[in-house]
Design a protein around this ligand. Structure first.
Ligand code: PLP
Length: 390
């Protein structure tokens, strides 16, 4: 059976080799401490689990849901945007439920990209942006995120020809993997750029509530007129430890929301309603657990930053997301560095090349490992005499 070109042309899964290496080491008895996992290690807060338990007992939740989501769920999203960002969203036309934000991100290009059309994709970046364009037979124009620009795209450096060709621009702040945060001025520039060149801004805000200092990150929809060109993808996965539940949403420009909804009626049949009721509970009544979650990640971050700084690593505390983005030296690739450290210590930090060419010379350390294991990892690195700067 011959695969379609669409499948054949998907880039190889760069982490497959890593998974193999980790599994092999485990099977040989190595006690692996894996900082590679972008999935919260804590359980979903109890009030949300209780709501699910109650909702699943109600047989009215057992039928096909509506593709666009319960109006109560979309209202909860709208209330959350008002409360958190002072952004008004009309629940019936400006919000659509998603089976996790990844689902919406992967489907959006099918609504706007004809074969050969272009999209602007951040590098490094969440791999789904690029593959979603390739699956729609589109072309990707990679936009570097560099340290000297605080990992924001330099809009002035995007060639006019590229901007004129592009139909979608994916952005993600707070950013995975670099942990960069965008301020409102940057979002204003993005919206002006999108209007000038007639581009849809698809902003992935999966980490907007995972912030570890006083300043809460902004929604791009806070910018005046943003809804003319932008949609924001958001998710319950990361703030409420609900990655397995598969619930998120897209909101913003009503034409884009309508198109995405129309596509989805032809592909899926929405989110299990019991899960939507649990989602309403998460959005409406879980501020306390978010505060606890931030404290936990902050404590872990400080343990790693303090521990590795003492060992001579050049490491900057992240202000948001649960990732540290750590520069490594140029004479080893990020993969070589990661592998060498792993072989010596059983501690795994993910090589940045997995998120794109501009991720080279970086490692991503996820704060999804508990404090005792963090201390153990630091101790092993210290005792191994592994030298950070060769
Ligand atoms: C985890 C993650 C998502 C996916 O979230 P789901 O809602 O679980 O699909 C989207 N974007 C980024 C950048 C992520 O890290």
């Amino acid at each position: 059976m011959e695969n379609s070109n669409r499948i054949k042309n998907l880039p190889p899964y760069l982490f497959a080799e890593i998974d193999k290496m980790i599994n092999k080491a485990k099977s040989e008895g190595m006690d692996v401490i894996n900082f590679g996992i972008g999935d919260p290690d804590q359980p979903t807060p109890q009030n949300i689990v209780n709501k699910m338990r109650e909702a699943v007992q109600d047989p009215t939740t057992h039928s096909y849901p509506s593709y666009e989501g319960l109006v109560e769920y979309r209202k909860a999203v709208s209330n959350y945007y008002k409360d958190r960002f002072d952004v008004d969203l009309e629940p019936n036309t400006e919000v659509v439920s998603l089976i996790g934000s990844k689902e919406g991100i992967a489907h959006l290009p099918l609504c706007y990209i004809n074969p050969g059309d272009c999209a602007l994709i951040p590098d490094p970046g969440y791999p789904v942006y690029k593959t979603s364009i390739l699956l729609a037979d589109g072309n990707t124009i990679m936009i570097p995120l560099k340290k000297e620009n605080e990992f924001l795209p330099d809009l002035a450096k995007i060639e006019v020809e590229s901007a004129e060709k592009a139909k979608i621009f994916f952005l993600n702040y707070p950013n995975n993997p670099t942990s960069a945060v965008a301020n409102l001025d940057f979002f204003k520039e993005v919206i002006a750029f999108a209007k000038k060149y007639n581009i849809i801004i698809a902003h992935d805000a999966a980490y907007t509530d995972i912030y570890l200092d006083k300043n809460a990150p902004h929604s791009i929809l806070e910018v005046e007129g943003a809804k003319d060109v932008a949609v924001e993808f958001n998710s319950l996965s990361k703030p409420f430890n609900m990655t397995g539940w598969r619930i998120g949403w897209a909101c913003g420009n009503k034409d884009v929301i309508e198109s995405l909804g129309r596509l989805k009626t032809n592909i899926d049949s929405g989110i299990f309603e019991a899960i939507q009721y649990a989602g309403i509970e998460a959005l409406s009544n879980s501020k306390k657990s978010i505060i606890e979650m931030r404290k936990l990640y902050k404590k872990r971050r400080d343990l790693i930053v303090d521990g590795l700084t003492k060992l001579g690593w050049n490491i900057k505390a992240n202000k948001a997301t649960f990732y540290l983005w750590v520069e490594v030296l140029e004479d080893l690739t990020s993969s070589e560095f990661s592998k060498k450290l792993f072989k010596k210590t059983g501690v795994f930090f993910t090589p940045g090349i997995g998120w794109g060419d501009y991720g080279e010379n970086y490692l991503r350390i996820a704060l999804t490992v508990n404090s005792d294991r963090i201390k153990e990892a630091i101790k092993r690195i210290e005792e191994s005499n592994f030298i950070y700067n060769n």
